[in-house]
Every structure is written in C-alpha cells, then in structure tokens.
Write a protein that binds this ligand. Structure first.
Ligand SMILES: Cc1cc2nc3c(=O)[nH]c(=O)nc-3n(C[C@H](O)[C@H](O)[C@H](O)COP(=O)(O)OP(=O)(O)OC[C@H]3O[C@@H](n4cnc5c(N)ncnc54)[C@H](O)[C@@H]3O)c2cc1C
Length: 447
C-alpha cells in the first residue's frame, strides 16, 4: 500500500464535529498550520442534526458563553439561520437558541475555510504512529488514497475518543455497570401544524413561541410534549418503553419540526455491530414513530418526513484526565483556577435503562467552569481532547456534552494546541494564565 504524505502541521484536529470545527477555526486564526480531518462529508457532527445549542445564559440570567460560539450564532442570524437567544420564561433553561442545521453546516464550513485550515472530508483516521509518549503521525483513509500527516500537537475531537484510544490513553465508559445513555435518531418533518400541536398535546414545561421569517403569526419554537393520553394504543406500547414518554420538538421554521423521541438502549457507539444494528433498527423505528404521530398526535396528520440523520450517540469513551469533572462540581456551580470557559446546560440524563429523561439544574449562579485539566488525557504528551470524550463522570457528562460546552472546549483546545506547537512544549506545559488571558481577549467568558 502506498501512503501519500499530506504534510507536516503545527496542529492536526481529528474529527470535524462540534468541538473539532471550533478547534480548527481557533487554531487557524491563532496562526497554526492546521489540518482538520472529518470522516463525513460536512462539518458539525451531531450538532447539525437539528438540535439547538442550548444555554448561552445561566439560569441567573448571566451570560456564560461568548467567543467563537457567539460569533457562529451572529453569523447564523445574518443568514436567517438563527432566531438568536430567546428568553424561555418558566422553563428549565434561561434561553433557547434555535438554529437551522443546514445553515449551520454552511457557516461552519465558511469559517473553517476563512481560517486557512486544510480540510479533509470523507476521510477516516484509522491508525496512529507513536514515538514514546508522543503521537508522531496519523494514517488517514479516503476512498481513493491512504495519507499520513504529522503534527506537533493533536486534538482528539472524534466524540468517541478514537485517537486517545489508539494512543493508549486510559478511559472509562458508561456508569459503574457499563451502561450508557441511549442513542436516538432524529427526524425532520414538514407540514406540521405547530400551533395545533402546542394547543392540544399536554406538556410539562411551557411552550416557547416566536416570530419566524415569513410567518405572520407566532409559532412554537420549542415544545416538549408528553404522549400520556396515547399510552393505551398498541403503537405506543410497541414503540416506547416508558410512561409519559416525552417528545422534544425543535422548530426554527413555522411549519417544520425536528422530532427527538426515538431511543434505543444497550448500544455501545464504539462497537461496529452495535452501531450497524442500531442504525438499521432506529431507521425503522422512526418511520413507525412518524406513522404513529400522523395517526394520533394533533398537528402531524398532514406532515411529511423529509429527513433523518445518522445515529445520535450521547455517550461512549470518557478519558481519565488530570481532573475529572463531577456532578458535585455541577451541582455547586463550581469555578476552577484553570477554567477555559463556562457551561450552563443542566444535567440532562436519558435513563440508560430506557426510562424517562430528567433535567437537574446547575447550582450557584447556574454555570460551572470547564477546567483545562479535563482536556489533558494521561500518557500522551502532545494530545488534547475536546468534546464529549473529555474527562468527566458519567453523570456530569449529561450536562457538559451539550453543544455550547463542546464549542467552548473546541475554541480553548485550538488555542492551547497552537501555543504548545509554537513553543515546542507538551500540552501540560501550556501556561494556563496566558491561555486564559488570550481566551478572554477572544471573547471567552471565564468570570
Ligand atoms: C440525540 C441527541 C440529542 C442531543 N440534543 C442536544 C441538544 O438539543 N442540545 C445540545 O446542546 N446538545 C445536544 N446533544 C449533545 C451534543 O449534540 C453532543 O454531545 C455534541 O454535539 C458532541 O460534540 P463532539 O464534537 O464531542 O462530537 P461530534 O459532534 O459527534 O463530532 C465528532 C466528529 O468526529 C468525526 N469522527 C469520529 N471518528 C472519526 C475518525 N476516526 N476519523 C475522522 N473523523 C471522525 C465524526 O464524524 C464527527 O463529525 C444531543 C446529542 C444527541 C446524541
């Protein structure tokens, strides 16, 4: 096999999802020769399945997330791709930030390109080369060719932590019995009568309504319904494993909803057979959910299914870093000397056994710090981690896996990796005070 050398870089970012896209923009803008490798055909990963990047504000009303994530929202607003931060009175979040997932893909790609990053799409990282405790190079498989690339510093933004895993960094998975949060497949429906839905389906939290482009009336933008009245139907009993099953509808447009209500338990997102089975089963499952919605649920009778993404995996590997973020930290709204940014999304636990979803608010002022130490895996000198594979407990991950927090980690690691590469030091030797002051000058909120 001939391996073509793609180049020698300061920073290589592995995975172009939520954290990876921002890490690339950050590294590129801070002057690093940067390569971003993504196995799919677009950037954004799980965040471009139709979700909202929740919690730019803490429940105290204080802004918690600025910097690059805010710049992305500003760019989206310019392109009619976001309604901005909408106050959610009486809800479990202070604000919601509706975004259109297709326009988010465009904005991320544009910003990464503008930062001068070399981008490889449809490219899977399948191996690494080590020298002692350092990663020397990675092997990238495309349809046509196999490439290698080397760098001074690498960032693992693969969600599953593929790079740290290949490098031998220690990790945990799931709770003590190994069970992880369920996986879900999202579907996008058009021709939904959102007003009827919000008026006729019971909810446990208020409906958030908004003015949307080209609509003369306000329509729901966030709706969290419960399907309790339909529990006795045979379809419900076949499709849902819990009582009062919840249906999350995210609707940045006036007649469209991204519906998050499917769920499969017992799936390990790093196991090929599990993932294949789950992709197949959940695709059939969402079609059956769609048929159920059309038949029973007000507002969906005339709807059409126009899109369904790939399997959404909430949890797999969590590296053992220099610090492990815990639920106690989140419950206390704790801040750290080495905060690289803040997160403000409550603990959003989807029961690994298939029960319901619970939201637990953050204590203190409603935000907590993400310590730099949670992004430093053990045993590998030139690797940073960002996104949902950071060092955290199973419970704390239920909060810090949120999109805004992953974006914050992306921005911070992009800069830290650049500093390490330029100064020829290990990632643990990065001067945290200098990192924090540069992040602050780039709009990151640290308090
Ligand atoms: C069903 C579901 C609903 C959610 N809802 C919300 C919500 O409403 N709001 C919210 O804030 N958060 C939500 N989340 C959480 C949030 O979306 C994710 O935790 C977050 O986006 C993860 O970001 P990441 O960068 O760590 O991983 P990802 O976004 O998954 O990015 C990883 C990227 O790496 C690529 N990759 C992986 N392995 C390789 C490899 N070997 N080589 C090359 N590329 C590779 C992948 O293709 C992917 O693009 C939800 C998650 C799920 C699953």
């Amino acid at each position: 096999m001939v391996i073509k050398h793609r180049g020698d870089y300061d920073v290589v970012i592995c995975g172009g999802g939520t954290a990876g896209a921002l890490a690339a923009i950050s590294a590129g803008r801070n002057g690093a020769r940067t390569l971003l490798i993504e196995r799919g055909p677009f950037l954004g990963g799980v965040s471009v399945m139709g979700f909202y990047p929740h919690s730019f504000f803490a429940h105290s009303g204080k802004k918690a997330v600025g910097g690059l994530p805010q710049e992305i929202i500003d760019e989206l607003i310019k392109r009619e791709g976001s309604l901005g931060h909408l106050r959610y009175e009486g809800g479990h979040l202070y604000t919601h930030t509706p975004v259109d997932c297709e326009i988010l893909k465009v904005v991320l790609m544009q910003m990464v390109m503008d930062a001068g990053v070399d981008i490889m799409l449809n490219s899977l990282i399948k191996d690494i080369g080590m020298q002692g405790n350092r990663i020397n190079s990675i092997v990238i498989q495309t349809k046509a060719d196999t490439f290698s690339a080397s760098a001074k510093t690498f960032i693992d933004c693969t969600g599953d932590g593929d790079i740290g895993y290949m490098a031998g960094a220690p990790f945990n998975k799931g709770r003590q019995d190994g069970k992880m949060q369920p996986v879900s497949l999202m579907m996008r429906l058009t021709n939904v009568d959102l007003i009827k839905l919000a008026n006729e389906v019971p909810t446990q939290t208020p409906v958030l309504w908004a003015d949307k482009p080209r609509s003369k009336v306000k329509t729901p933008v966030y709706f969290r319904g419960v399907l309790t009245p339909w529990e006795e139907t045979p379809e419900y009993q076949q499709l849902f494993t819990d009582k009062n099953h919840q249906m999350f509808c995210l609707a940045p447009w006036s007649t469209e909803a991204t519906v998050n209500t499917s769920r499969l338990v017992g799936v390990d997102g790093t196991d090929y057979n599990d993932v294949t089975n789950a992709e197949a089963k959940s695709r059939i499952q969402i079609f059956n959910v769609y048929e159920f919605l059309k038949k029973y649920i007000p507002g969906f009778a005339e709807s059409n299914m126009v899109g369904a993404h790939f399997l959404g995996v909430r949890e797999t590997r969590r590296f053992v870093g220099d610090y492990e973020l815990t639920e106690e930290d989140i419950n206390a709204g704790r801040k750290f000397d080495d905060n690289i940014g803040l997160a403000a999304y409550p603990l959003d636990m989807h029961d690994p056994e298939g029960g319901n979803v619970t939201f637990t608010p953050i204590g203190g002022d409603g935000s907590y710090g993400i310590p730099f130490r949670t992004l430093l895996p053990q045993k590998v000198e030139n690797l940073l981690i960002a996104g949902r594979c950071l060092s955290t407990t199973h419970k704390a991950l239920a909060s810090v896996r949120s999109i805004a927090a992953c974006m914050v980690m992306g921005q911070a690691t992009g800069l830290a990796a650049t500093m390490a590469a330029k100064e020829n030091i290990t990632v643990k030797e990065v001067d945290v005070k200098k990192l924090q002051s540069s992040l602050e000058s780039q709009g990151v909120i640290l308090y």
